[in-house]
Design a protein around this ligand. Structure first.
Ligand SMILES: NC(=O)C1=CN([C@@H]2O[C@H](COP(=O)(O)OP(=O)(O)OC[C@H]3O[C@@H](n4cnc5c(N)ncnc54)[C@H](O)[C@@H]3O)[C@@H](O)[C@H]2O)C=CC1
Ligand SMILES: O=C(O)C(=O)Cc1ccc(O)cc1
Length: 301
């Protein structure tokens, strides 16, 4: 199955990065794009995020062999309904949503006859919008593909090959497992960051100026994550509710154990945990997965 034309719906950080990456790394594939926001379309055209920014969704997807929905998870169903009447037969529809179960269900409901191959590039930043995209975003990063049981293998291979062409490493997984893994590695860490930054800003005896002035590395790192797109992350937590609540339950139990250890002066419990967690950080650095920004995340950096 050859992909000659890709349509990107949603021209923000991820859609824009895909558009730039295809033009740079897969120049034989034509790119079209559309965004519901007129101003985003104008800025996307200005940056040349895709070969042609279209004024209608029909124009954007009509010739596409692959359509990739790059909108917030809560908007995937609407975007799928908008493209539905305009697809040519055999077009593959994919997405980049950070949660996969609910998105897969929304796409199947809106596009009962389409070939749907959901995917999630596990690469991003705290930034959003058409100015935030860059072509190298996916290089050396994982992209998880979550096809349904009846998905045609040639379409799975086409989507996997597409992501590999953008420099990503591909793993195929079922959507349930994806959602549990990402709850641990991405969704709960974001929730923790949002919480601690909120807690700091609510402390009555510590001024806002002091929080900013004395923000040592730890708090500063949390503020980067807590600056992430509110619409996108609201949708992630609402859509991956079950897995997030499952992992959050475990997390709060573990936090209570640490609370008790501190109260009891139990240094061994604290030390043993901190020693164990340090090895995880070392493994991430050895894997070359330590930063999402350009020029990072490579062993040769
Ligand atoms: N930001 C990140 O680091 C990552 C995000 N993702 C996923 O990628 C998707 C997009 O996220 P970003 O690019 O960061 O967001 P973004 O906010 O930068 O871009 C989303 C774009 O979608 C447009 N949009 C919203 N509803 C629409 C609709 N119904 N039809 C057409 N356009 C519509 C918005 O106008 C906006 O320009 C989300 O589902 C997110 O979960 C996946 C990996 C990383
Ligand atoms: O900026 C960061 O640290 C991220 O975690 C980016 C990110 C956000 C959402 C995803 O689904 C995947 C990656």
């Amino acid at each position: 199955m050859t992909i000659e034309c890709v349509a990107i719906i949603g021209l923000g950080l991820i859609g824009g990065s895909i558009g730039l990456a295809v033009q740079e790394m897969l120049p034989d594939i034509a790119t079209t794009g559309w965004d519901a926001d007129t101003e985003v379309r104008r800025r996307a055209a200005g940056r040349g995020l895709v070969g042609m920014v279209c004024e209608t969704v029909a124009e954007a997807v009509g010739e596409a062999d692959l359509v990739i929905l790059c909108v917030p998870v809560g908007a995937m169903g609407h975007a799928a309904e908008a493209i539905a009447p305009h697809l040519k037969p055999g077009t593959i529809v994919s997405d980049v949503g950070s949660s996969k179960n609910s998105v897969g269900a929304a796409l199947s409901a809106a596009l009962p006859d389409a070939v749907i191959i959901p995917a999630h590039p596990v690469a991003g930043t705290e930034k959003s919008g058409p100015e935030a995209g860059f072509a190298e975003l996916f290089r050396h990063r994982w992209c998880i593909v979550t096809p349904g049981n009846d998905a045609p293998q040639d379409a799975v291979d086409a989507v996997s090959g597409f992501w590999e062409g953008l420099g990503a490493k591909v793993e195929v997984m079922d959507a349930d497992h994806h959602d549990l893994v990402l709850a641990v590695t991405s969704h709960i860490p974001h929730l923790i960051a949002y919480t601690i930054v909120g807690t700091a800003s609510d402390l009555e005896d510590v001024t806002r100026g002091e929080v900013i002035k004395y923000s040592a590395g730890g708090f500063r790192d949390f503020t980067r994550i807590a600056a992430s797109n509110p619409t996108m992350w609201r949708d992630v937590f609402l859509s991956n509710r079950d897995a997030v609540l499952e992992v959050l339950g475990r997390f709060t139990e573990d936090l209570s154990l640490l609370q008790r250890a501190i109260r009891n002066g139990d240094g061994d419990t604290l030390f043993d945990l901190f020693e164990r967690t340090r090895t995880i950080r070392r493994s991430i650095i050895e894997e070359g997965q330590d930063d999402a920004r350009p020029d990072f995340g490579r062993k040769d950096h």
